[in-house]
Ligand binder design. Structure first.
Ligand code: M6R
Length: 369
């Protein structure tokens, strides 16, 4: 079933262009997003939403964090992202105009299922984003947007993650259309950008050899840090999680702006730091701030691995390695930037002789609390 790949994870990483394309399929009508499942949920119900709470665990929660930026930007509805297991034990405020969106690849994660049940009992509506047809969480929800990424066998989530983010963009654009919060021209622009993403992921996959060398070189590294900002922050968290679960290396993701508030004390000569660099065009206000973070930690001896847009020359004087991603509008960059981080964790685990598909102590689906 691995079809010539060394692991299911390698196969699933390579399938990411298709995963995104399959999530988009049947949900774009001309220049606008029309998700049939949301049409069935009802335009009035969508117009009534005053607040959104996203519940998920692990990688799915990082997809939720990326989705928050898009939903808030395009719909102006406030979004909170909560870990499912924290959510229901603190007596959260839930009203009939709160929409709870659960995200789960398996659709069987017990903590997320219980969060959905709790929310519906409290009178909130629940939509699930799920990759597994007919799973329990979608059955317990008012509507489901399936990601159609195909079966994900490796314990580490990869193609489901990019599909979840894609589904959240579709949700946000559908909602924006129904509520009139985005002009037709803006909607059309996002649709074109989104349709271009699968090809850009395919281009990003070609960076594999750079990442492979890096992983071999770093096979006895004891700790790795990941920095990001804006939508790059959840990608830093995801990069760190992948490295922990696959290569058993201590890894931490930080918001770049937090550096000065503590984490910079960790920097010592030779410390590897991955930095997800925002686009100098699309995020002109954030790009120089992240470059200056890079300078600060470089001056303290950090070894910088920058994930930066093609043509971004500002990073060159300070980065030891630059991994290039194609140009994309800022909200869509996570779908590209995460790819080298997945490959890095996978290659490093392989270099250490570890089982990439079945890391120790982990299950694909966590069906107990
Ligand atoms: O099936 P789910 O999406 O609900 O699973 C959620 C997490 O358990 C999952 O994403 C986990 O963090 C993965 N091992 C990450 O690679």
């Amino acid at each position: 079933e691995k079809g010539g790949w060394s692991s299911f994870m390698a196969k699933e990483v390579s399938e990411q262009p298709d995963a995104v394309a399959n999530t988009l399929r049947g949900r774009i009508a001309g220049a606008a997003v029309v998700v049939p499942e949301l049409t069935a949920f009802g335009d009035d119900a969508l117009r009534d939403i005053r607040r959104i709470v996203i519940v998920a665990c692990g990688t799915a929660s990082y997809a939720g964090q990326v989705g928050k930026y898009a939903i808030e930007k395009w719909t102006r509805i406030p979004v909170d992202v909560e870990l499912s297991h924290e959510f229901r034990y603190r007596d959260p405020v839930l009203t009939a105009d709160t929409l709870v969106i659960s995200i789960s690849q398996s659709g069987e994660t017990m903590d997320t299922l219980m969060a959905v049940k709790y929310a519906r009992d409290a009178g909130a509506k629940a939509i699930s984003i799920c990759n597994t047809q007919g799973a329990t969480i979608p059955r317990e929800s008012d509507a489901v947007i399936y990601t159609h990424a195909g079966p994900e066998v490796a314990v580490a989530s990869t193609k489901a993650f990019v599909a979840q983010i894609t589904a959240l963009y579709l949700f946000a654009l559908h909602l924006a259309r129904v509520r009139g919060s985005l002009s037709e021209a803006e909607q059309a622009e996002q649709v074109v950008e989104l349709q271009g993403i699968p090809a850009k992921i395919a281009t990003t996959l070609l960076q594999e050899s750079t990442v492979h060398e890096l992983a071999n070189w770093m096979s006895d590294t004891r700790a790795v840090l990941f920095l990001g900002r804006h939508v790059g922050f959840p990608i830093a968290l995801e990069g760190a999680l992948k490295l922990k679960e696959l290569a058993y290396i201590h890894a931490e993701g930080f918001a770049a702006g937090e550096l000065k508030h503590g984490p910079i004390a960790l920097i010592e000569p030779g410390q590897p730091v991955f930095v997800v660099v925002p686009s100098p065009r699309g995020s002109a206000h954030l790009h120089p701030k992240v470059v200056s973070n890079i300078q600060e930690i470089r001056a303290r001896g950090a070894r910088i691995i920058a994930i930066a847009e093609e043509g971004d020359v500002a990073v060159l004087p300070f980065a030891d390695t630059v991994i290039r991603i194609p140009l994309a509008s800022p909200l869509f960059e996570p779908l590209l930037a995460v790819v080298p981080l997945q490959i890095f964790a996978m290659e490093l685990a392989t270099a250490k002789g570890l089982d990439v598909d079945q890391p120790r102590n982990l299950a694909k689906s966590v069906t107990v609390e």
